[in-house]
Design a protein around this ligand. Structure first.
Ligand SMILES: Cc1ncc(C[n+]2csc(CCOP(=O)(O)OP(=O)(O)O)c2C)c(N)n1
Ligand code: SF4
Ligand SMILES: [Mg+2]
Length: 255
């Protein structure tokens, strides 16, 4: 069914801030589809973002209340807003660097407290907006502006981290799995407790061009090849899972 998603966009914003081929722009559309599918009243929602390309998803694009806050401090602002007005649906949308590096402590303690927030983390494996520095999600061996000889450190598994910290709902999907990702965002938005959706998204400009991807399409194809549903991964050997990214729901304690 065709939907008028334009109704959710702030009039007059016009040009998007995203580079051509950026997966975060795809994610923006998928979040709006989830809101539309649930018929949520956007006037009863607050979108909180930090600093980074992903932080531009709600602000300035969404025609709703948005808090574009300090780098790494989204969960603190969102917690304050939720406490001040518990009826508000508070949604945090930000990048992997913002939420899990500088904001990592806020993230795990938000999950530990199981505050009713929906957190959507755009994981593009890099600090995109500031020129492509290494991030806690950068794969081992990947080239970035600050790891010219390859990243020597293993990345965080964000879903394991947030699940272990106590979140009610935790899931990971790629923007190349749009229907599953929309459904997951819908589930997160309906969770009574801390919900976390990790959205894998390509950054062709800062990650792709340093890591032998010829184009944005190549990065999307790579994600399509490597993402495997949790259920399909069960029973596969570690050799068969080499290089694969396991996607799906990792806990579903919220109701
Ligand atoms: C306290 C502070 N430290 C560092 C910065 C610089 N800075 C702004 S955005 C950013 C990284 C954003 O990366 P991420 O959250 O992954 O978003 P992306 O651009 O990749 O979507 C950094 C390091 C800042 N604005 N404030
Ligand atoms: S730098 Fe990367 S994450 Fe940022 S808008 Fe461009 S492609 Fe997207
Ligand atoms: Mg990033």
């Amino acid at each position: 069914m065709a939907r008028d998603l334009e109704q959710y966009l702030r009039p007059g914003v016009g040009v998007t801030t995203f580079c051509p081929g950026c997966g975060e722009a795809i994610l923006m559309g998928l979040i709006l589809r989830a809101i539309d599918e649930l018929q949520l009243d956007i006037n009863n929602m607050l979108f909180v973002s930090g600093i980074g390309c992903a932080a531009w998803i709600p602000s300035p694009h969404f025609n709703a209340d948005t808090l574009h806050t300090l780098h790494g401090r989204t969960i603190a602002f969102a917690t304050g807003a939720k406490m001040a007005n518990p009826k508000l649906k508070v949604v945090v949308i930000s990048g992997d660097g913002d939420l899990t590096d500088i904001g990592g402590n806020h993230l795990i303690h938000g999950a530990r407290r199981n505050i009713e927030l929906t957190v959507i983390c755009a994981n593009n494996s890099i600090y995109g907006m500031t020129g492509g520095q290494v991030c806690s999600t950068t794969p081992l061996g990947a080239f970035t502006m600050t790891t010219h000889e390859g990243n020597p450190y293993r990345p965080f598994d964000l879903c394991k981290l947030v699940k272990a910290a106590g979140a009610a709902y935790v899931a990971r999907y790629s923007v190349t799995q749009p229907f599953a990702l929309i459904k997951s965002i819908e589930k997160a938005l309906q969770t009574k407790g801390f919900s976390f959706v990790e959205a894998l998204t390509p950054c062709p400009i800062q990650f792709g061009r340093r890591n032998k991807f010829d184009s944005a399409a190549d990065m999307l194809k790579d994600l399509m090849d490597r993402c495997i549903m949790k259920e399909d991964a069960e029973g596969l050997s570690s050799e068969e899972l080499e290089g694969k990214i396991i996607t799906g729901e990792f806990t579903d304690g919220g109701d």
